[in-house]
Design a protein around this ligand. Sequence first.
Ligand code: SF4
Length: 387
Amino acid sequence: MATGLNRVAEIYADRAARVTELKAGGKRIIGYLDIFPVVEMLTALDLVPYRLLGDLNEPITRADAYLPTVVCPFLRSVMDLGLKGKYDFLDGVVFAHGCEVSEKMAHIWRTYLHPPYAHFIDTPHTTHQAARKQHRELLKDFQKTLEEMTGQELTAEKLREAVNIHNRQRVLVRELYDLRKPDPPLISGAETVRVMVAVASLPVTEGNELLEQVIGEIKGRKDGPAPKPARLIVWGSIIDNTALVDLVESLGANVVMDDTTVGSRDYFPLVEITDDPRDGLADRYLVALRSPRTFRETVPDGNRRKDYMADLESRFGYLKDYAREWQVNGVILQVLRYCDIHGYEVPALKDYLESIGLPGIYLEHDYSKVALAQLRTRVQAFLEIIG
Ligand code: SF4
């Protein structure tokens, strides 16, 4: 039997292989973009959620006719794959209002790729009571379209069961991340990226089995990463391939933690079980998910400087906790070109890191190996400073 990590490598190399098999057996596969579509509602109706990702190795040749080149290269890559028929196996797609450009791309996808089913959740951008109420209503609309498509009723019982299975996955991901806390970590940053991409390519129950297998193996392994002076957290835009982490780890660092969307940002917050499971889901996806795309109120105070620091603490305090728990001594702030959501956050995050004495380096790249290779010297210099 293939080991868990071998299975991860297979899925990472050919993400669609397993869902294509499942489709041949009669399952319906629904693509979703980013972390805001409520995937539990798909699982509850026996639909397989499949995360839409890009492909760094595939040159973008068709998307530029449909999207302006000032759209982030990750989205252009996803659109390019769609236009080239690489997502033709999907029975539908769900988008949400993650950022402005992903919202635009959702409509362009729908218009030009004609998916059999498409739904857009206009996720609010604040966490006020009115926004929470609105999000609950939006989930009811989503439910209606899913029920129409499947001809099945989405009962509270089915939804509760799906929440439990997805929460189980979140607990397992945290367990996997705990294995990065020792020095040296038991699993490298690049291996973790591969596991996370593989899990996002499988039905949730199969993802859970894979995670259990991988965690068991990692706990008993003798060939884990070597100790290195730099233990880093990578923050920022989506990382759906190992290129950046490989580069950093090859230069003498262990990437032991992340705050990205195919990583802890998506998986750490659990869904609270509520009487109507949609309430717990609506709040988890709107309030508990930490993303710079959601505006949160700052505590008002007469002293501007104090206000600013209080604001930074409420926005980034969790990173200090990560740094302590994962014994991090440096932060990589990486932003994809034209990713405004993360780019606008960088000055404040730099101020926060300075205030807690954690060195950071800002890297902008354009989702290509060539651009990443050019960052080599800067990363090297950063590692020398903190090493
Ligand atoms: S990387 Fe940035 S711009 Fe691109 S889809 Fe994600 S949040 Fe939006």
